[in-house]
Design a protein around this ligand. Structure first.
Ligand code: GLN
Length: 201
């Protein structure tokens, strides 16, 4: 079985960690900064970082149209944290000029968990991923306030002040998490995405 080619949008954020995790999960992983590089991948990861900055750089690097078109054509995309924000159709507490890819029919709230719990860790059970809960790391993370038709909720926080908050979703070939599996060394979420790309391409 050949390894699918998966790009990591390499404009800002924790690109290297995703490249390492994707390689470990059996993909050929490459940074994507230019439209020609996007053409050469079967799937794309949008990393955590700062969604307002990524939004600006997507325009500067002339990647908005090409990514919109690939998403419309069914390319699998996984967005983590800022990447989740970039995939949402609606962003609360965003900057008025930030724009995403309108991929997943959901409303996300930026920096939702609040100042006191800017960063925290919690076990999150994700539907479709066996072997027990993922150790989820949240860093100034968004949560999902509402999902529209066709969006599957894959994971919620189970304990503490944020209990019940949706933090992992999927709509068709688009996957998003509020948290950062690339920082844990646990490759299961990346493996799930690699399988999705493999069965799509
Ligand atoms: N707060 C950031 C944003 O708005 C996301 C943080 C992250 O990706 N770790 O984009």
């Amino acid at each position: 079985m050949t390894a699918p080619v998966i790009g990591v949008l390499a404009l800002q954020g924790d690109v290297r960690e995703h490249l390492t995790a994707l390689t470990g999960a059996g993909a050929q992983a490459r940074p994507v900064r230019r439209p020609e590089e996007l053409d050469a991948v079967d799937g794309l990861v949008i990393p955590g970082g700062e969604s307002t900055t990524i939004s600006k750089l997507v325009d500067i690097f002339e990647l908005r149209d090409p990514i919109d078109k690939r998403i419309a054509a069914g390319m699998p995309v996984y967005g983590s944290c800022a990447g989740m924000i970039m995939l949402a159709t609606e962003v609360l507490d965003g900057r008025p000029d930030q724009r995403g890819f309108d991929g997943i029919a959901m409303t996300v709230r930026r920096n939702a968990f609040g100042r006191q719990v800017d960063s925290f860790e919690a076990p999150v059970e994700v539907d479709g991923i066996g072997g027990g809960p993922l150790h989820a790391i949240f860093i100034r993370a968004p949560w999902v306030e509402r999902v529209g038709d066709g969006v599957e909720v894959l994971g919620t926080v189970t304990d503490g002040p944020a209990a019940g908050r949706i933090v992992a979703v999927r709509q068709g070939n688009l996957l998003a998490t509020s948290f950062h599996p690339e920082l844990t060394g646990d490759l299961r979420l990346h493996g799930y995405f690699v399988d999705l790309v493999r069965t799509t391409s």
